[in-house]
Design a protein around this ligand. Structure first.
Ligand code: FDA
Length: 400
């Protein structure tokens, strides 16, 4: 049951088997599973409501998982870490939970969405917690954590003690949704390594010259294939005043580092050179021909930089090959990302080499667990991050 603003016993006797800090996706899942095992569980969150990120996820539709989830959909310095938890609680297990609660969902290219919005998932997790007598303390701010025989968690609602402590405070992106660096600070205080944090699934910014040229085309989008560091993502790219966005670009941002070029295939469905050959005898101008494949305003600007437009029958074979190559490999070197305030997730986090992949417990600190986005496990766009929250939360919930 969620208890906002309610004072509670602050004596040293205030003991639970498990305290979970963070009432988001991973924290609620962990608490529900631990509660179902008969553990006494308290969830603490500084926000006034549970699951703020779940509520806004997928634009409110909640892309809660993906039928094609595999470890290959995740980025981590320790890539195999997520395998065990994903195998034990994957998309089918989460669907089972939805079906138990009569929540309708549907699939789009493997991505799973709620039919009636994300609030149903928040409600379901709260019900699961409620039915196992899990207490949820909202507006509860943690001021200190100590570990002796037990964990002592000092908060504005008093001191609580527990045998197990689960840190489920998420990444640092979207502070307006309650994100803090609390989990990473806590890990460092207990001597655990934290891998470098970066904004990911985030728009990328134009370099200075591209901004002058392409920033004026804000609002134009087209189908493309974006390659970054050897990974290619097919989908829409949106040009904005500041840079590039859209699903394919957000995916690529997961693999982008300063100075890395992006290669955009502007004609991912065809072979530009073959298209040119089939129109070679025509008098149609190249840019008018290309306007049949790409937005006209974009191709006008783009062609001014990459080729001189003239009738198709006036190009040499060498010129056609060069233009075709430029279309299939438009190289852009972004100046940076749009930052954590616009990033759907945080790349990096608690070094998973410090944790057990079975239980999520810190190897050096008995009883201390980390679940969800706070760890160095970051999924691609498409429901993979919430899936990691469910899988890792469930894994820890079985052992706390
Ligand atoms: P999460 O961020 O959910 O929860 C952390 C909790 O800890 C919060 O309740 C927070 O208030 C609390 N907290 C933080 N600091 C605290 C402190 N110091 N003291 C107490 N409490 C504290 N993923 C996906 O798979 N599909 C999708 O459709 C989307 N869509 C999406 C949209 C937007 C706008 C964003 C920002 C993100 C997404 N995501 C997503 C990502 C997904 O929401 C995210 O990866 C998970 O919510 C992570 O779950 P966690 O439980 O780890 O953190």
């Amino acid at each position: 049951m969620a208890v906002p603003y309610q004072a509670c016993d602050s004596s040293a006797k205030h003991y639970r088997d498990v305290i979970v800090i963070g009432a988001g996706a991973a924290g609620l899942m962990c608490a529900a599973e631990a509660g179902a095992r008969g553990r006494s569980v308290m969830v603490i969150d500084h926000a006034p409501v549970t699951g703020k990120k779940i509520r806004v996820s997928g634009g409110g539709r909640c892309n809660f998982g993906n039928l094609n989830t595999s470890p290959g959909n995740y980025q981590s310095e320790n890539p195999g870490f997520c395998t065990s938890a994903l195998a034990r609680f994957g998309s089918q297990e989460f669907i089972g939970l939805l079906e138990k609660h009569g929540i309708r969902y549907h699939e789009e290219d493997g991505r799973l969405f709620c039919d009636n919005g994300s609030l149903e998932i928040v409600g379901m997790l709260e019900k699961e917690c409620d039915s196992s007598d899990v207490e949820i303390r909202l507006n509860c701010r943690v001021s200190g954590i100590k570990k002796q025989d037990f964990f002592a968690v000092d908060t504005n609602l008093g001191r609580f003690r527990s045998h197990s402590l689960v840190v489920a405070t998420g990444g640092v992106s979207f502070r307006q949704l309650g994100a803090t660096g609390f989990g990473h600070r806590t890990a460092r205080r207990f001597g655990l390594n934290v891998t470098p944090l970066r904004p990911a699934l985030v728009p990328l910014q134009w370099g200075r010259r591209d901004r002058t040229t392409f920033g004026t085309l804000a609002g134009i989008s087209f189908d493309t294939a974006v390659t970054c560091s050897g990974k290619t993502f097919r989908g829409s790219v949106l040009l904005t005043r500041e840079g590039l966005s859209g699903p394919a670009l957000l995916q690529a941002s997961l693999y982008w580092r300063e100075g890395t070029p992006l290669l955009l295939d502007l004609l991912p469905r065809g072979n530009a050179y073959e298209i040119f050959l089939s129109k070679r005898q025509r008098k149609v101008e190249m840019r008018n021909l290309l306007a049949g494949y790409l937005p006209k305003r974009f191709i006008q600007t783009w062609s001014d930089i990459f080729f001189a437009s003239k009738p198709m029958n006036q190009y040499s074979d060498r010129e056609l090959r060069k233009i075709a190559l430029a279309l299939h490999r438009w190289e852009i070197v972004p100046a940076g990302t749009a930052g954590f305030s616009r990033a759907e997730v945080t790349l990096g986090g608690i070094d998973t080499r410090e944790l057990s992949s079975k239980t999520m417990e810190a190897k050096k600190v008995a009883g201390l667990y980390f679940v969800g986005e706070v760890m160095d496990v970051t999924g691609q766009l498409g429901g993979f991050n919430l899936q990691w929250a469910w899988s890792s939360g469930y894994a820890a919930g079985q052992f706390v």
